[in-house]
Design a protein around this ligand. Structure first.
Ligand code: DX5
Ligand code: ZN
Length: 213
């Protein structure tokens, strides 16, 4: 089995010290930096925008995995692309008929494109995009907040996607990931794991990151 990509979510980090928080992730073996963008419409919370992504880009070479939990994602792809994102993932529920255009727009900036589904969205709805995207992000909590409980039923979608996806597709799980739920996701075929609360609540971050692999 190939190596699991660990993508800590900075949503649980100290925003007053973002640079040192990012350096800490680098030193403790993180593969990517997961950045949760929320607009107060698609989800009830408001978090980070493109200017902050641009600032993060200046202090790390780690791939920036930008998770857009926003309405009208097509309006903001350019800003996040120019800010230095490596992966941009939008929500299928926010795009619907526009999904293919949004994927092409992301790719037009030479950036990897991801599509995400909320807990109530079936994998059948995104089947036709599996050959077009680089990554599928399976939400294992309702998007909006860190620190929620992992939804086991949602994780089953990892296998459903794995069974019909091209080999190169990255399947990423996000929400409620800890050393135990990570194990379950790996059995189902996950390639990348996002974790916020778990990684930032452990006393030894290096061990926490390693425990997800
Ligand atoms: C939830 C975000 C997640 C979140 C994960 O809306 O997409 O990335 O920060 O946090 P934990 O690991 O705390 O569930
Ligand atoms: Zn996320």
């Amino acid at each position: 089995m190939s190596k699991i990509i660990v993508a800590p979510s900075i949503l649980s980090s100290d925003f007053a010290n973002l640079e040192s928080e990012i350096k800490k992730l680098e030193q403790n073996g993180a593969d990517w930096v997961h950045i949760d963008v929320m607009d107060g419409h698609f989800v009830p919370n408001i978090t980070i925008g493109a200017p902050v992504v641009k600032a993060i880009r200046r202090v790390t070479k780690l791939p920036l995995d930008v998770h857009l939990m926003i309405d009208n994602p097509e309006k903001y792809i350019k800003d996040f692309a120019l800010a230095g994102a490596d992966y941009i993932t939008f929500h299928y529920e926010a795009a619907k008929d526009n999904a293919e255009e949004i994927i092409n727009l992301i790719k037009s900036y030479n950036i990897k494109a991801g599509i995400s589904i909320k807990p109530k969205t079936s994998t059948i709805e995104i089947k036709k995009y599996l050959n077009l995207v680089d990554l599928v992000l399976v939400m294992t909590v309702e998007p909006g907040f860190g620190g929620q409980k992992f939804m086991t039923d949602c994780a089953k979608k990892i296998k459903e996607i794995k069974d019909c996806a091209p080999q190169s597709l990255i399947i990423e799980a996000d929400g409620g990931i800890n050393n135990q739920t990570a194990q379950y996701c790996k059995e189902l075929g996950v390639n990348a794991l996002v974790a916020g609360n778990y990684i930032y609540s452990q006393t030894n971050m290096k061990e926490a990151v390693a425990s997800l692999r």
